[in-house]
Ligand binder design. Structure first.
Ligand SMILES: Nc1nc2c(ncn2[C@@H]2O[C@H](COP(=O)(O)OP(=O)(O)OP(=O)(O)O)[C@@H](O)[C@H]2O)c(=O)[nH]1
Length: 712
């Protein structure tokens, strides 16, 4: 057996070659070396020149890839060979590439198991990496190290191993800089491994870093440096050599020891670490996705759309953005084609959602434009449509339909295929706005119909005032509601939404009524109305009666009582809003408490005044139903009434004095008439006597007669 060519220790299926190892040990006389031996393993990504390097350093003959046959996997499983010309006895182990494309996803566990095996069994582990990968987040060595560190950190402290980083295809970057970078990087990776945080990387590893020129392009230099590197393996187990602390395993026990470790690693369920393949895929896909995201955000077409949309809607927005996104995604797909499918799908999804996040504002702005344009156009149509009635309803129906259709078409044009976005939020807002515009129109209609009518009804303050107000209120509100409901048909509102709108219109009408009533119930207005009403009563009587009757027969106290009672009704009408037909006692309470105080009712004469006024001392009207709203509290009414009584006094006094004056005038007139009559009789008597006894006697007799009559 040619031991330089090596033998497969563990096959690609994880089967340990017990007999083969035994033969190897026998053939190489390994068992005789006791504790004086070194085991060197190499790990790293596939086709990174691992076998080539090992062969060059240790003069082994591991199979190398034929460069002319493309980059396919050469080493499968784990191989060992003896380095024949180095002291101490050195066993070299070549490992299958860690991020191999050939290995199926289910076999990913093999990668981490073999890596663990390398760390467990070898004294020196070479970590082979391309120089160009240094500093790259997704470089294969990073996830590999992460896995290694996770396992190491978890395990109990072992004799120190040497990690020898071999940088391949070293270019002009000074090695010192690369070393600094690698040290910082691996420390960072070490620190990022969660548990336990107290240990340092260097408690577990001695870290060495070396760099080699390209074997392919600088073969001579490569070989020179490899020769130097080889020197480090000569007497590597001596103090200070590459082999660190030695595990006290005698070479004779090596076959059992190795088999045992592999068995333990294979059976150990606790080593459930993510596969290196997955980790490599994660890092690489992430980096590619990041790069594609950058490409997207700096894409000229996208930047132009983003800018244009600020000013107004961009025609073909959706189609254009969709195509830019698609291009970025397909580029990503091409570049990640050979990575773990699950990972690349997940990262694709992430890339897409990142790109969509960038697009989202512009999409929203686009919809906002469509929304504003539609709102404006609906408003204009509303202003131009007839004011009310069926014509208005029909025209609103038509224009709301066409506005919504236009908006929907715009949204379809803006839709981005890769997203699940829709315009629902804006459509809802649009409908809400259109409905509000319509509502405003109906509110105006209600205001117009209710305000003036209610004002004049309250102004008149007749016994049936509130019934008439209710009629106007109901009629106006119901008409508006029914028209609104027809006009809103194109919005396909659900039952509860329609009810809310109806409720709103009712509330609006009710509040309007309340506001109007409050205006009319202002103390000044009520007082004036009461005064006018009283004056009207007095005037009516005065104007409608004959002068004689007014002067002689009219009982002004009665008329005064009538005037007061009519004014008191105004007070009672204005005391509360009667939204419903519930009867109340306000008028009675006011009547008995206020009227009878001014013109005392005989039945109440012995009742103390406080008792009579008692109901007005309350803060609310006890009998007023809950639906009603107090406009004037009992105490307000009382105060108003007192003021009214004071204010009306001059009017009553005036009327009374007018009646007196007229009475007096009337008695003087009667007296004068009587005197004239008497004079006429005296003259007649004088004429008669004069005729009989002479004129002189006649005149004297006539005068004497008049004087006597006048004295009578
Ligand atoms: N650029 C470059 N190529 C190299 C270098 N060393 C080896 N190669 C080439 O890389 C290819 C792979 O070499 P191998 O030694 O088989 O690589 P490997 O890592 O053992 O491959 P697997 O065992 O399949 O993972 C071969 O074509 C080598 O000629 C190097 O230093 N630089």
């Amino acid at each position: 057996m040619k031991m330089e060519e090596g033998m497969q220790l563990i096959d690609e299926n994880g089967k340990f070659n017990v007999d083969g190892l035994q033969d190897f040990v026998t053939a190489t006389e390994f068992a005789q070396s006791g504790l004086s031996y070194a085991i060197v393993a190499i790990i790293g990504s596939q086709s990174s020149g691992k076998s080539t390097l090992m062969n060059q350093i240790f003069h082994t003959k591991f199979k190398e890839m034929d460069a002319y046959n493309g980059r396919s996997q050469t080493t499968k499983g784990i191989w060992i060979a003896k380095c024949s010309d180095i002291e101490p006895f050195t066993i070299v182990m070549d490992f299958e590439g860690t991020d191999s494309n050939q290995r199926g996803e289910d076999d990913a566990a093999f990668e981490r198991q073999s890596t663990l095996f390398a760390l467990e069994i070898a004294d020196v582990v070479l970590i082979n990496m391309w120089c160009k990968d240094i500093g790259l987040e997704h470089a294969a060595s990073r996830p590999l190290l992460k896995t290694v560190f996770q396992v190491i950190k978890r395990s109990s402290k072992q004799p120190k191993k040497t990690l020898l980083f071999v940088i391949r295809d070293h270019t002009k970057t000074p090695l010192e800089r690369l070393k600094k970078f690698i040290f910082e990087d691996i420390e960072k990776i070490w620190d990022a491994v969660p548990e336990p945080e107290t240990t340092t990387l260097y408690e577990f590893f001695k870290v060495e870093i070396t760099a080699l020129p390209s074997y392919e392009f600088q073969e001579v230099e490569f070989k020179e440096q490899v020769a130097q590197l080889r020197q480090q393996f000569v007497h590597s187990s001596c103090p200070g050599g590459l082999v660190g602390d030695r595990k006290k395993v005698k070479s004779a026990s090596f076959p059992i020891y190795a088999e045992d470790i592999w068995k333990t690693i294979k059976e150990n369920k606790d080593l459930d670490l993510p596969s290196i393949k997955v980790m490599v895929a994660t890092f690489r896909c992430e980096a590619i996705a990041e790069e594609k995201l950058k490409c997207f955000t700096s894409n000229k077409r996208w930047l132009a759309i983003k800018e244009d949309v600020q000013a107004g809607p961009v025609p073909g927005f959706g189609e254009n953005v969709t195509s830019i996104l698609e291009i970025c995604l397909s580029k990503y797909d091409i570049e990640v084609g050979h990575f773990d499918q699950e990972v690349r799908n997940a990262k694709r999804q992430q890339l897409l959602s990142n790109m969509l996040m960038v697009v989202h504002d512009a999409y929203d702005t686009m919809l906002m434009h469509l929304y504003s344009i539609t709102v404006k156009s609906f408003k204009t149509s509303l202003e131009q449509s007839p004011n009310e009635g069926q014509e208005y309803v029909a025209s609103i129906h038509l224009c709301s339909q066409s506005c919504l259709r236009e908006f929907d078409e715009g949204c379809e044009d803006a839709a981005i295929q890769q997203s699940e976005w829709n315009a629902n939020k804006f459509r809802k807002r649009l409908i809400c706005n259109m409905l509000s515009e319509m509502m405003a129109k109906y509110e105006k209609q209600i205001t117009h119909a209710i305000a003036n009518t209610v004002e004049s009804l309250l102004e008149a303050s007749e016994r049936n005032t509130w019934a008439s107000v209710r009629d106007v209120f109901e009629c106006t509100t119901e008409k508006a509601i029914s028209e609104f409901s027809e006009a809103a048909a194109s919005f396909e509102l659900c039952g509860s939404e329609i009810d809310t709108k109806f409720q709103h219109l009712r509330e609006f009408a009710r509040n309007l009524l309340k506001m109007k009533a409050r205006e009319e119930a202002g103390a000044g207005r009520v007082l004036k109305r009461m005064m006018d009403r009283s004056k009207q009563v007095f005037d009516n009587y005065e104007n409608s009666m004959s002068w004689y009757k007014w002067t002689t027969e009219t009982n002004l106290d009665e008329i005064e009582r009538k005037a007061l009672s009519k004014s008191l009704r105004i007070l009672s009408i204005m005391a509360a809003i009667r939204y419903d037909e519930m009867p109340d006692q306000i008028e009675n309470v006011l009547y008995s408490s206020l009227m009878d105080r001014i013109v005392p009712d005989p039945s109440l004469q012995n009742t103390p005044m406080e008792a009579v006024l008692d109901p007005l001392a309350l803060d609310t009207w006890e009998e007023v139903s809950q639906n009603s709203t107090t406009l004037l509290k009992p105490e307000d009414c009382q105060l108003l009434w007192m003021t009214f009584i004071e204010e009306i006094k001059p009017m009553v006094t005036d009327v009374k004095s007018r009646q007196d004056t007229r009475r007096k005038t009337r008695s003087y007139a009667a007296e004068a008439a009587r005197a004239v009559a008497r004079a006429a009789v005296g003259a007649a008597v004088g004429v008669a006597v004069g005729a009989m006894v002479g004129p002189a006697v006649g005149v004297n007799v006539g005068i004497a007669f008049i004087r006597r009559v006048m004295r009578m």
